[in-house]
Design a protein around this ligand. Structure first.
Ligand code: ADP
Ligand code: MG
Length: 397
């Protein structure tokens, strides 16, 4: 059994309802709202172009931001429709409603090869509630359904899950197919040595991933604030570093379960306050009272580099420090550079997570690494070994 793909569908003349991830950052300077980062829009282009080329009617839908189940003009997808119109050679129509009469009429009038973007799915309370009536209204607009929104595949919403129950066939688009292919390889058959770098704000986000990877992973290299929860759990001093007090027992037992594969930083960049201007220095081992860890230190960078340059498979999620502040960005950028080197040396390298992707992009290596995942939460859910409702709901071949 395999998930149905867009390549298995006959699209000519069909109404192809396609869930994309156009949840992009917007910029609203001097009255005009524009797209601030088009990565997610570009990621959906292969699927959109396929529908156009095959003479299907591309009916695109997405959420944007967090409207409270009602229309919010600041979160309209209209600027995205305008942006997509510029990217594609041909008009992109925009419907101010997501479902209902106006949407039906615009879909009806759409020519073969035409593109229509519906308004923000989350303007309707039925979206997040996965309401069956709303899912049916969406399905009314479709002859076939395609999901190409990997970033929301871990959510069972009306446009990602509910709708699939009311269309004859539901397939995955090219972006989802690529994400699943790369991440399945990592889960099921990673080439050894397999090394994962985990950092970021909270250990609680990553417990499930660590549990699931123990056994196949050769090294778990830990950085970011989650390091201090592990350190404290092992009885070490962490000063005023960020620690999740309610996760100490779990961190300790994870560390023991990992049997030496989980490595913690051996030195840290510490500061007296959470500020780019605070006095800072490098310290070895434990973190004294009155200081907080805000980045991994140079000896840790060296140790992690050595492990990474010997790896054949690398997964990175979570920055090594507060990379938004220049004095605490070195560790994160050093890891980004090392992933690029490892890629050149033949390793499969994967980066996921909103902040991690921002970091690898800032470092200039987003094009160098093997795969930049468009899903943060979806990637972590997949790596936890959990099923993604938006993928599980698709038709089988
Ligand atoms: P991602 O978005 O890649 O999944 P996370 O959201 O888990 O990553 O974590 C990123 C955040 O973690 C960043 O905002 C960064 O500033 C913060 N962070 C990293 N290290 C530390 C630290 N030592 N102390 C406080 N915050 C940290
Ligand atoms: Mg984040």
């Amino acid at each position: 059994m395999a998930t149905l793909s867009i390549d298995d569908l006959d699209l000519r003349g069909r109404r192809v309802l396609c869930r994309v991830d156009f949840n992009v950052p917007l910029d609203s300077d001097d009255g005009a709202t524009t797209v601030a980062d088009d990565t997610r829009i570009r990621a959906a282009l292969p699927t959109i172009r396929k529908i156009i080329a095959d003479g299907g009617k591309a009916i695109l839908m997405s959420h944007l931001g967090r409207p409270k189940g009602e229309p919010d003009p600041t979160l309209s997808l209209r600027p995205v429709a305008d942006y997509l119109d510029d990217l594609l050679d041909g008009p992109v129509h925009f419907c101010e409603d997501t479902v209902g009469d106006r949407a039906r009429t615009m879909v009806h009038n759409l020519p073969e090869g035409g593109v229509l973007l519906l308004e923000n799915t989350r303007f309707n309370p039925g979206e997040k509630a996965n309401d069956d009536a709303f899912a049916r209204q969406l399905a009314e607009l479709a002859d076939v359904y395609v999901n190409d929104a990997f970033g929301t595949a871990h959510r069972a919403h009306a446009s990602t899950e509910g709708v699939t129950h009311h269309v004859p066939r539901a397939a995955m688009g090219y972006l989802v197919a690529k994400e699943i292919e790369v991440l399945s390889k990592v889960l099921d058959a990673p080439d050894a040595p397999f090394v994962t770098v985990l950092g970021g704000a909270k250990v609680s986000d990553k417990i499930g991933v660590i549990e699931n990877l123990i056994g196949t992973v050769d090294h778990i290299l830990v950085g970011g604030a989650m390091s201090y929860t592990f350190m404290k759990a092992l009885g070490q001093q962490t000063g005023s570093s960020r620690v999740e007090e309610d996760k100490l027992d779990q961190a300790k037992s994870l560390y023991e379960q990992a049997e030496g594969t989980l490595q913690l930083p051996v030195d840290h960049v510490v500061a007296t306050a959470f500020s780019a201007d605070a006095p800072h220095r490098v310290t070895q081992g434990e973190i004294p009272e009155g200081e907080m860890g805000l980045d991994i230190g140079p000896a840790t960078v060296e140790a992690y580099r050595e492990k990474l340059l010997g790896a054949k498979t690398i997964v990175w999620n979570g920055p090594m420090g507060v990379f938004e502040m220049e004095p605490f960005a070195k560790g994160t950028f050093a890891i980004a550079e090392t992933l690029a080197e490892a890629t050149d040396a033949g390793a499969l390298t994967i980066v996921g997570g909103g902040d991690s992707v921002a970091a690898i992009t800032q470092a200039g290596y987003a094009e160098t690494v093997s795969h930049v995942s468009t899903g943060g939460g979806a990637m972590l859910t997949f790596l936890e070994g959990e099923t993604l409702p938006g993928i599980a709901a698709l038709s089988q071949k």
